[in-house]
Design a protein around this ligand. Sequence first.
Ligand SMILES: Cc1cc2nc3c(=O)[nH]c(=O)nc-3n(C[C@H](O)[C@H](O)[C@H](O)COP(=O)(O)OP(=O)(O)OC[C@H]3O[C@@H](n4cnc5c(N)ncnc54)[C@H](O)[C@@H]3O)c2cc1C
Length: 474
Amino acid sequence: MSDTRERELLKAALGPPGPELGCDQCFEELDRYVELELAGADADAAVPGMRAHLEGCPACREEYASLGAPRELTPGVEYRRATVPPLAALPRAPFDITPEQEEIRRLCRDFAANEIRPVSLAVDEADTEVPWEVWGRAAEIGLTSFMLPEWLGGGGMTDCLTGCIVQEELSHGCAGIGNLITSNGFFAEPVLVLGDEAQQRRWLEPLTGDRPPLTALATTEPEAGSDAASIRTTARRADGGYVLSGQKSWISNGGVSEYCVVFATVEPGSGYRGVSAFVVERGDEGVSWGPPMRKMGQRAIVNTELFLDAVRLPADRRLGEEGDGFRGLMRTFDRSRVTLGASATGLARAALEYATQYARERVQFGKPIAEHQAVSFRLADMALRVDASRLLVWRAARLLDAGERATTEAAMAKLHASETAMWCTWAALQTLGGWGYSREHPVEKWMRDAKLEEIEEGTSDIQRMVIARGLVRD
Ligand SMILES: Cc1cc2nc3c(=O)[nH]c(=O)nc-3n(C[C@H](O)[C@H](O)[C@H](O)COP(=O)(O)OP(=O)(O)OC[C@H]3O[C@@H](n4cnc5c(N)ncnc54)[C@H](O)[C@@H]3O)c2cc1C
């Protein structure tokens, strides 16, 4: 048996590194310990505290505390320190961006490195908890409201391309936390598209402060997912206002949001024609939320059901005219699908970087696995798909920013980028072999996170349907 093989077996026998065993010192000590064992020396005496290291490394804890993170999110839930390498250099932008866009790109990259990555695995473990501290810090530097107009107190970077630049960088840190940070944009879009000035001031200005509330958008129902025009939640006219009754499913920021745009029909059975948009506030009588749903990934965002039990709303809660809701929803999706594509691109890029780094270092059959053609070709395919996703995303964003309809291009961007995220996280896991399957590395989490990108805001089938319709119609 070779020395290397023996070393691997001994390490395996010592058991996997403890949850905090992520620092170089730990690995060095473990190597020294193994060296001594192999030489037949008394390793336990020579490297005192090695076993304690395996159960939880004080050095790592110290280093970790000096970062000011993580906080214990849930009592009893341990922080896992994965061996996430430092972030690689920013990829070259596919075309020129403004100095402001370049600046926010760097800001978000740094925020992802310093604030998001250190807690992302803990947030995943915590399962159904909002990482309020990260949310608060993002709000302080304007990342939760940069997309809102200046006249409402927002950052005034209302173009879709900037939204995509921000989203890719934040999701490069963690897709769940990245999507949480920009989630108020999803609520704001129908308010901006359909609402009047008073409504925009009422519900959007509070989102631009230092401690903004979270918001939500509710269209999906137990019986109406992809077919959003078939919703059954009703808005019955009464006393100059409306009474909303029904149930919504899967609502992101459910139970923790202050305001929620709810889509309901004023004319049951009329399909998209009756769909209208309303804003429901947290304290409205008859509004209640289900318990947090336990999810596969992107756990930084809490999802719940929403119950509307004869909720009485005055007429000024309606956004736009009766029957305008479906148009507002589709306009929202045209934009949100592009930024979701950017999120998927950031996630896929993280997987590419991680797999590349690992493949450079992992030696099998006497050379780094990156030098085995099957592995290197897989890395090449990952890089190709990530860049293609960014190009599709930026193209759709540019079209929207030029004031053009980009329904087909938005669907292409979302479809390609989300399938790329899924494929690249699979490819990264494959590149790590058995270690990819371990929770010591972040790729299994990234793979779970990626799956959602193929589902929400229209599944991949629905994106293909939209693209095909565009082809046939033209
Ligand atoms: C984590 C998470 C967060 C979410 N957040 C929100 C939110 O904030 N607000 C909100 O309103 N909703 C939200 N959703 C709901 C999400 O948008 C829906 O799950 C999605 O649109 C699919 O609907 P469905 O789950 O009912 O699946 P279904 O529509 O029942 O689809 C089931 C399967 O059938 C396929 N299918 C359906 N129709 C067709 C067709 N015509 N042609 C081909 N294939 C078809 C689908 O592609 C899918 O594979 C969220 C979902 C998740 C999982």
